[in-house]
Design a protein around this ligand. Sequence first.
Ligand code: C5P
Length: 150
Amino acid sequence: PLRRLRSARAERLVAAATAVGAGAVVVATALVRDGAVLAAQRTRPPALAGRWELAGGRVEAGEAEEDAVVRECREELGCAVSPTGRVGTDLLIDAGVLRVHAAVLVDGSAPTALEHAGLRWVGPAELEAVDWVDADRAVLPDLRALLGPS
Ligand code: C5P
């Protein structure tokens, strides 16, 4: 019940912030396959190029977060995914708020780096060593829990 309340309150705060142009909702995808999560290497901006992230992007006006996850994975990774639930808590980033959603590949679909410099599947033992962008690093404890023991 506490989580629900906090989440509803966060929802209102984000809605209010977005209404005054203070920020966007950005979704990131914890795409899981065979006990590993997909990391994607950024190409931009120069300050973030070379660092790794969970693929994602801004939620469009009127778009459900899960639909944004599916769209961003199609656009950036050329693959079909099915979201399976939220991971971790809301994270404040410069652009607004970042929300991570777990997802699995739809049968037969495989990711390609269409907009990233490269992709890698990261198992629980390798999570810490990846040069994640700051916001995504904050999700590591939740990703570890999602992936289970190494
Ligand atoms: O990828 P894009 O530049 O559209 O992302 C919008 C914002 O969300 C950027 O500020 C980016 O750094 C941030 N972001 C993030 N972690 C992700 C995806 C995006 O911090 N996994």
